[in-house]
Design a protein around this ligand. Sequence first.
Ligand code: HAM
Length: 456
Amino acid sequence: MEIPPRVRGMQDIFGEYQRYFTFLKKVARHEFRTNGFGRITTPILELKSLIEHSSGESSDIVKKELFDFTDKWGREVVLKPEGTPGVMRAYLESMREEPQPVYLYYIEPHFRYDRPQKGRYRQFHQVGAEIIGEEDPILDAKAMYTMQNILDGIGLKDSYTLKINSLWVPKEREKYLLELTSFFETRKHLLDETDLARLEKNPLRLLDSKNEDVKELLKIAPKMVDFLKKDSLEFYSKVKEYLDILGVKYEEDHTLVRGLDYYSHTVWEFVDGSGRTQDAFGGGGRYDGLAKSIGYKTEVPAVGFAFGAERLIEAMMDRGVKLKNKDQIHLYIMQLGDDAKKLSLPLNIEARRRGLNSLIGLGTPSIKVQLKKANKVGARFVLVIGIMEAKKWVCQLKDMEKGTQVEVPLSEVLDKVIAEVGESSLSFYHPTRDFIIEEPIIVVEEEVITSTVILP
Ligand code: HAM
């Protein structure tokens, strides 16, 4: 029988790729935490109806990319294709009473049944955030500012462009869409199959067309900006003003519409400067109408964004962002004979206590095989305790980088290795830093004194 292969479009994340992922998570977590965001994890499965009513029936996600199935009870469920609907559902269920707005972030796997290629996978990860419960243009600007800080923090400064647009509120859009539709209805013969479907289901997506004829027509088509009310214009100009104050550079792109149906007012995308097809590092926008469209009694102001983690990791790799390897094995301990083995165990424990990453070559008999292993794992030092060394409490210390070997007393060897690898490369973590054990509250039950009345 052949080993079943990986499912198409899904990746195993390990080794160097995992180190980049850990670094990205670290930078993002720090940025979120210092800006008051708390972490949320929503279930991988959501009801299909939640996604249909939020991402939108006309979106590509719902039309062709859902991993959907019927569970044993006949409920239609999906592997979540994006984080926003689940976060909004969780907020409406449990967070309405908390101080508003609620700042939430997530680092989660998502699933879209897309055609796999570089930068586009069927299981991918999003680093995202949502700010729910308050309507203020400063929150839109702050969301973009947070994204910019994450990009700069992972070494991608100057490798991206921020594009922004406003889709205004649905009422203003309605009138505009009627005009846009009648404009294209009379020019249908110039539209391809995709654009004809857009014209029928969601004419706004025509602004996003890749068809050259449509791009030309858009130059003379009705413009959204001519349909705006004062409040929307003011909201948008406030967002831009706050971006300027925060030092976030942007380009306005009036064709930016994004592929999800819930947006109103501000939308944006951080795109890769290299002009690749899968060029969006991440995007976001305001979605005040989402709560109502999934069944809540009123609108709830909200704004958020998500990055594609794989796209960021691949961009870091392409642009030569090299990570320091914190997992390097500093010390590989080899031993021959039972006495040496007994010495090597406490030495291994002490090495780890002092912050050295160390491995012990237990169970492998020959020095040659052990040395090969030490080489393969990239150990900086190899410490050998043979039968003679065990008797004298010394070891042979091999510096694998310099190719030297010296005899060192066991009591001094860890100091010597630490001096060579440098204090800054040591790994320390004391879980006790992160918790306290509270004294249990002992409830002393009040003694009920019952007097015994002795009746005469
Ligand atoms: P989105 O633009 O659909 O927005 O996805 C955000 C990012 O996820 C994209 O810019 C891209 O980097 C990454 N991405 C999407 N699909 C794939 C894929 N198949 N493979 C790899 N990466 C992918 C949203 O999902 C919204 N929920 C963002 C948001 C949050 N808006 C408001 N709040």
